[in-house]
Design a protein around this ligand. Structure first.
Ligand code: DON
Length: 325
């Protein structure tokens, strides 16, 4: 993946409008063959690697798009953003900061070493963990309150629906495939319970986390979710206020810090935008006050981020920022 820094980008022609920027990125990266579908969850290996959809949603709820807007992929780790949003909305900014932390771990998203790392600094007031890596994400899922497992699930799917502006469903084949192969996440859940981060049934938390990762979304859904974050928690398509505006910066901050795994810094350096990737091939980015953008394209780079999505979003967002809306 060629790195194009700000100096190089400044010389690139700036498309005149949003649709032109979207079309240009689609044409440029459609044939790109870099990257490989995730295969540690067997169902993900079977998804068509040519699937490619781009969507941008602006303040007026208008959708600019190219490619496949219909085919759903599993949301995977992008769900971590919205479950975190649910906990922040329900229990306040401090709930996440105090129980889980909002710092980068410096380790891979499913690292167990990161849990032990946190153990060594707990008590110093500096937990180096966040809700966008698996230990923090499973803990965040465990923090969603409810009288029953169904109640908790209804809140989790409910906030995803509100952000997307429609009723989403779980891709059952992905859910089953991941549930059959998620022993590592079960170990993470058990450890987080043992260390007191998870205070409820850890097996329930791991199962609901696995289920939330299997929610089916298309590029338009993801872009609408990103746009809702861009416009102070108000979905610009449905006009529903999904979360308090004052709480949105907390969500964006963790996305900026940890949204693209170990490559979060490189991504932020390239685009300046909080983003979040998922191993299903989705990637969202938020330009506060301007637009939400998402790309779906399954082949991932070594860090686990969609290759076409990173390139397309970087091109489009830089074109739009160079040509203010
Ligand atoms: O926990 C997993 O392995 C997947 N359900 C999610 C992986 C993913 O997208 C990575 N995220 N940070």
């Amino acid at each position: 993946l060629a790195f194009t820094g700000p100096a190089l980008r400044a010389q690139a022609p700036v498309p005149a409008n949003i649709q032109a920027a979207v079309d240009a990125a689609f044409a440029k990266y459609k044939g790109l063959k870099e990257g490989k579908n995730a295969d540690y969850i067997p169902a993900l290996a079977k998804v068509d690697p040519n699937l490619f959809g781009i969507a941008v949603v602006t303040a007026d709820g208008k959708v600019y798009s190219a490619g496949d807007l219909k085919t759903e992929v599993s949301i995977q780790s992008i769900s971590k953003v919205f479950t975190m949003a649910q906990v922040i909305q329900e229990q306040g900014m401090d709930s996440i900061a105090k129980r889980i932390g909002v710092d980068a771990t410096g380790a891979r998203f499913n690292s167990i070493i990161a849990i032990e790392g946190v153990r060594t600094v707990v008590g110093t007031g500096a937990p180096e963990m966040n809700p966008l890596v698996n230990p923090g994400a499973i803990s965040a899922t465990s923090m969603v309150t409810g009288a029953s497992k169904d109640d908790v699930w209804n809140k989790i799917i409910g906030i995803h629906n509100d952000f997307a502006g429609r009723s989403l469903t779980v891709l059952q084949d992905v859910y089953k495939s991941e549930a059959d192969t998620n022993q590592r996440n079960q170990a993470i859940g058990a450890l987080m319970f043992a260390y007191g981060y998870i205070k409820t049934d850890w097996q329930q938390a791991v199962d609901l986390y696995t289920k939330q990762c299997s929610i089916g979304v298309n590029a338009k859904d993801l872009a609408t979710m990103a746009a809702t974050l861009a416009f102070g928690g108000k979905n610009p398509v449905t006009n529903k206020q999904v979360m308090d505006p004052a709480k949105v910066p907390g969500v964006l901050a963790v996305m900026a810090t940890a949204g693209l795994y170990d490559d979060s810094g490189k991504w932020l350096y390239r685009t300046g935008l909080p983003g979040k990737s998922g191993v299903g091939g989705g990637l969202i980015a938020v330009s506060p006050g301007k637009f939400g953008i998402a790309v779906v394209s399954p082949p991932l780079d070594d860090a686990g981020n969609s290759v076409r999505a990173q390139n397309a979003i970087a091109d489009i967002s830089n074109a739009l920022h160079g040509n203010p809306l």
